[in-house]
Design a protein around this ligand. Structure first.
Ligand SMILES: [Fe+2]
Ligand SMILES: [Fe+2]
Length: 396
């Protein structure tokens, strides 16, 4: 990446964006479009520099705009516009809006419907994760969390649906909704298994729905709940790093349940930037709110998983003391160096960067392998096993 001078510009008023946008030449726009490929070098004519919005104290400063460091002096030296102005400019001129977005989805959003995971099979053991009650119930807790959680995600994105005119983003939202709806459907199929094991699925999911829709949606702003959604979407997408790891952390799991989580993780990777684009470009959530929501998400999400896991183990008849021991052992399994969570940590922290965008991360281990397996027969179990075999071969 070329070195970028982030020098403080001379103090001067920022000229208003001209009403006659034709003043911006095609050549200028053409020089904007490579933005998604690589940052242009600062030039002597002041074509491009970073940090101007911050330094000049523009309203869209770092606390209110994700990309405060992006300025586009596209008319002449010293004429700067913010990211959102630039975005609006592309709309006004019928230009390709997403040429303005710094990062693009690495994979298309493909809703895969009517998949059969054979979750109704009677021979799936109650403790399908190698006979281990804690590991099984930890993932079962996730399965219970997903249907109310995904309903929350879709609702929070839908809040801004009427404001969106960009056909590409509208298309992505459609794909996002279809994928999330499928995830909920399949997890509900799985959760029916939990019902047969005596778990009060409706009580647990009702509790979470109350938390999300009454406590959050009724008490926080729409923008903040969308920021919470984006924080949770970050978690669901980086989960793929653990599941598609060459150490094969789910090797002891039943292949049918393992395939369900693998498919879900793949689609989370595909749509990980959709809610984020809505949050930045339409809800106008700035870095302060975005990061605050992520901090809250990082606290609440593990607490909810732990609570659900504990409830499941309690329903299984484990005593309070037995459950404490299981949690301590399970915590070590998950968080020890090289444990379940380890591959996610590196992908988690970039969210706190001022210039973060989910599409920045394009390299997803296991994605291509899973897709190659899936494309053979549209069988998600075959896809999951194919991916494991190839990643395992790499590891050996
Ligand atoms: Fe999902
Ligand atoms: Fe998602």
């Amino acid at each position: 990446m070329p070195a970028v001078t982030r020098s403080r510009p001379a103090s001067r008023p920022v000229p208003p964006w001209p009403s006659d946008s034709r003043a911006a030449s095609t050549a200028s726009v053409a020089r904007l479009t490579p933005f998604g490929v690589q940052p242009p070098k600062p030039s002597s004519e002041g074509f491009f520099f970073w940090g101007a919005a911050f330094d000049q104290g523009q309203p869209e400063g770092p606390m209110s705009c994700l990309k405060p460091w992006v300025s586009f002096p596209i008319l002449s030296e010293g004429v700067t516009i913010s990211y959102s102005e630039c975005h609006r400019f592309t709309h006004q001129n019928n230009l390709e809006t997403h040429a303005m977005t710094q990062y693009h989805a690495a994979h298309p959003i493909v809703p895969r419907e009517r998949l059969d995971f054979h979750l109704g099979d009677a021979d799936i053991p109650k403790y399908w994760f190698g006979g281990d009650a804690y590991k099984t119930r930890l993932f079962d807790a996730l399965s219970l969390i997903f249907p109310p959680g995904e309903k929350f995600f879709m609702t929070c994105v839908r809040d801004y649906r009427d404001q969106i005119t960009d056909p590409k983003l509208l298309d992505e939202i459609k794909g996002f909704n279809r994928q999330e709806a499928q995830h909920s459907m399949v997890h509900n199929q799985y959760n029916d298994r939990l019902r047969t094991q005596g778990i009060d699925v409706d009580r647990l999911m009702g509790w979470l729905e109350d938390l999300l829709f009454n406590k959050y949606r009724n008490k926080r702003s729409r923008a903040y709940t969308l920021a919470i959604t984006c924080g949770l979407e970050h978690f669901t997408s980086i989960g793929a790093h653990s599941l598609f790891d060459k150490r094969d952390v789910l090797k002891e799991a039943d292949p049918r349940v393992r395939a369900m989580y693998a498919w879900h993780a793949i689609e989370e990777v595909e749509h990980k930037g959709v809610a984020y684009d809505v949050m930045i470009d339409y809800a106008k959530v700035g870095n302060f709110t975005r990061i605050l929501a992520m901090l809250e998400t990082s606290l609440i999400f593990p607490i909810v998983i732990h609570h659900f896991c504990d409830e499941l183990l309690k329903a299984d008849g484990f005593s309070w003391w037995e459950r404490r021991k299981m949690h301590v052992k399970g915590f070590w399994w998950a968080f020890k160096p090289g444990g379940l969570v380890a591959p996610m940590i590196k992908a988690y922290f970039p969210y706190y960067r001022m210039d973060f965008h989910p599409w920045q991360e394009t390299d997803q281990p296991g994605y291509d392998e899973w897709l190659a397996g899936f494309n053979k027969n549209r069988d998600p179990i075959e896809a999951s096993e194919h991916m494991r075999a190839l990643l395992g071969a790499v590891a050996r």
